[in-house]
Structures are given as structure tokens and as C-alpha cells.
Ligand binder design. Structure first.
Ligand SMILES: [Zn+2]
Length: 213
């Protein structure tokens, strides 16, 4: 499936499964799920006309940037939770390991290592070292990518390093099922987030502050 689809399906899958109970967790968790949803396709190559890997890096930057901007402007408590849950050494070690895995994964053929259960485990462990509370969100985003790619024709080496690839060959990665899944991902995420009581409360507070100013 296309990157946009994975971005939103990852978010929706994590929100529905994990049901975050506070504003900092919903924001950080949704960002982590979106990153988990798209990162596997970093193995798509940088030399093709579409430069798929570049788009993945952009999507990751966008998700991470949105979380940082929300925290920086509204102080919703992500930074406090991160420091309570982790420390600077863990953040550096986990990020370095994450980036090394990305460098390795980029050099592997499409739908091999990056699309395997082993990579799901390794990448989720890195996120667990950086920020344990959001690791389950990342893992579900990542798992959703592996599951929906199985629906396409191109085989996925989900048991890498074993050589055999699997596919259900049910739909095209760019056809109407892809579009339908993306629309469902956007719709479910938007409805889910906007109806959370603490999100509505935060929105009302924000409006009051803006009016007073
Ligand atoms: Zn993929």
C-alpha cells in the first residue's frame, strides 16, 4: 500500500487497540503509530523516479515535528512523561540503534528485512528504550503495515532471514482498496481523537485562552 495509507491506518489501528487515556499519550502515541506505520518502506529505494524512501523520511519528520510543536506550544506534558519514563542516555542509545537499523534496512531489498517480524521486534525495542510508554503504539503501527502489505501481489518476507515470501494477492497497492483504507484510517483517527473528552476539554481551554488574548 502507499505511504499515506500506512500513515493513517497505523494511527487508527493503534488508537482503537490501545485507547490512550490522557492528552500527552494520545499525541505522542499517535505520532509514534504514524512513524511505525510508514518506516518499513524506507527499503523502497532512493534512486527511483518516485524517491519513495525520501517520502518516508519526510512523513517521519512530519509526525515527529507535529508532536514536538504541540508540546512546545501547549506544554501538554509529553516532555515531563518522557523524562519520568526515560533518560538522556536511553534516548541517545535508542535513537542511535534505531538509525543504524534504518541504514541497514535501506540497503536491503524491498519487502525483506524491513517487512519482517524480526524488524518489528528490533525497531519496537529501540522505541521502548527511548520512550517505553509509546512503544506499543509504534509496534501496532508497524504491525498494521506488515498486515496490509500482505494483501498485495508483491511477496513479503515476513519471516526474514528465511527466504520465503508471502502474499495473499487480493488487491493492488495503488487501487481502490488502498484509497478506501486510507479514507477509513483518516475517518477513524479523526472521529476517535475529536470525541475523546480530554481532547474536547483541551480544545475548549485553548479557545478560551485565545479569546482572552
Ligand atoms: Zn511496505
Amino acid at each position: 500500500m502507499l505511504g499515506r495509507t500506512h500513515f493513517f491506518v497505523g494511527m487508527a489501528a493503534a488508537l482503537i487497540t490501545l485507547r490512550p487515556e490522557s492528552l500527552p499519550v494520545v499525541v505522542a502515541g499517535t505520532g509514534a503509530a504514524a512513524i511505525g506505520g510508514v518506516i518499513s518502506d524506507i527499503d523502497s529505494g532512493t534512486s527511483t523516479a518516485h524517491k519513495e524512501a525520501d517520502k518516508i523520511v519526510m512523513a517521519v519528520t512530519l509526525a515527529l515535528g507535529a508532536v514536538i510543536i504541540i508540546e512546545y506550544n501547549f506544554h501538554i506534558g509529553i516532555y515531563r512523561r518522557l523524562l519520568a519514563d526515560s533518560n538522556i542516555y536511553r534516548i541517545i542509545t535508542g535513537s542511535a540503534a534505531f538509525l543504524l537499523l534504518c541504514v541497514f534496512g535501506m540497503r536491503q531489498p524491498h519487502r525483506s528485512f524491513m517487512h519482517s517480524l524480526l524488524a518489528l521486534l528490533l525497531f519496537s525495542s529501540c522505541v521502548g528504550i527511548i520512550f517505553p510508554e509509546v512503544a506499543p503504539y509504534f509496534a501496532i503501527g508497524y504491525a498494521s503495515h506488515l498486515i496490509i502489505d500482505l494483501l498485495n501481489r508483491k511477496r513479503e518476507k515476513i519471516l526474514w532471514p528465511m527466504k520465503k515470501g508471502y502474499s495473499f494477492n487480493l488487491c493492488s497497492s495503488k487501487g481502490y482498496v488502498n484509497k478506501l483504507m486510507m479514507a477509513a484510517g483518516i475517518f477513524i483517527s479523526a472521529i476517535y481523537i475529536s470525541t475523546l473528552p480530554y481532547v474536547q476539554e483541551a480544545y475548549a481551554t485553548m479557545l478560551t485562552v485565545l479569546r482572552l488574548n
